[in-house]
Design a protein around this ligand. Structure first.
Ligand code: R5P
Length: 301
């Protein structure tokens, strides 16, 4: 029996696009929330013989806490009913930034969450996971097929259409990987800032030694969360003489008033991929995700 994709209702559009591009059927998971917030998940398969041997779960893991619990329930249930191959397509992968104990006693969530996912799934496909102190996704999620795709090349193509002579700037050292690959792909000049984080909403940023005067700058990063990294960088770029500053991110988390924070720094356009559904989405990742999914399903057999 061929693979099928399961999705939660709020991911219907994104999951449907990936499933259609990969040529597999997609099926909604029913999720009932009881008055006390407990969840009841339900599938259209009842008897073990009805379950496909290979299933894909599509779940972008922004606002992840409840979603991870749902994935645990689902993975255990599917395994108990004989599902042999289980693939997670998570365009956004949470908890990758806590990759060390920044303060004594802190848990290293990247390794812990990666460990759960490796227990539950045979393969994980994601986009621009925040890999900073490790190089490969399988170091965080020890599965045979841990696939990290990138939104940077597609964002770069979009940026070139909008701002042909843009100067690409990464707001911190971690962003170098995305900014460099985008700049290489489209031949734009680029630079990377240095950032010191002082708190959840407080960062210091040092601009690269480049002449910013009169430049149309696009700030590129994997994630905008509180928005303060991008806002601080944008203000400094304007102080250094930038003509305009736009923002392009893979993952449009935009927690709380992040958009307001970024716009109040003078940023004109905010662009993102559709890894997390948001009004700023301009780049579709379905073709890239579907291609990777087809390859993984082929390799799993
Ligand atoms: C961290 O290095 C990430 O790449 C982002 O720069 C960071 O998570 C953005 O966070 P915020 O928007 O809260 O400043």
């Amino acid at each position: 029996m061929s693979a099928r994709m399961l999705y939660f209702k709020e991911d219907a559009l994104s999951a449907g696009r990936v499933a259609a591009a990969a040529g597999i059927e997609s099926i909604a998971i029913d999720c009932h929330r009881f008055p006390d917030d407990e969840l009841c998940l339900a599938l259209p398969f009842v008897e073990a013989s009805e379950f496909p041997e290979t299933l894909v779960i599509f779940r972008s893991l922004d606002r992840p806490n409840e979603k991870l619990f749902e994935l645990m329930l689902m993975a255990r249930h599917l395994r108990q009913n004989g599902v042999k191959r289980l693939v997670l397509v998570a365009p956004y992968l949470a908890y990758m930034r806590q990759d060390i104990a920044f303060n004594p006693g802190e848990l290293v969530s990247q390794q812990l969450v990666g460990g759960f996912l490796a227990e539950w799934f045979d393969a994980v496909i994601t986009v621009d996971p925040h890999l900073h102190r490790i190089e490969r996704l399988e170091q965080a999620i020890p599965v045979k097929h841990a696939i990290a795709l990138s939104g940077a090349p597609r964002l770069a193509e979009f940026i070139v259409q909008q701002r042909g002579q843009a100067l690409l700037i990464g707001p911190d050292e971690e962003s170098a990987q995305w900014v460099e690959s985008a700049a290489e792909g489209c031949g734009l000049e680029h630079g990377v800032c240095r950032k010191v984080r002082k708190g959840d909403r407080e960062v210091d940023i040092e601009l690269p030694r480049l002449d910013i005067t009169g430049r149309q700058v696009v700030l590129m990063d994997d994630i905008a969360s509180s928005g303060h990294t991008l806002a601080r960088a944008a203000r400094q770029l304007f102080d250094a003489g930038a003509e305009s500053v736009d923002v392009a991110v893979t993952h449009a988390l935009f927690a709380g008033n992040a958009l307001e924070v970024i716009q109040s720094a003078g940023v004109e356009n905010i662009w993102s991929t559709d890894c997390i559904a948001h009004d700023s989405n301009v780049v579709a990742m379905a073709p890239v995700l579907a291609k990777a999914l087809e390859q993984v399903l082929g390799a799993l057999g």
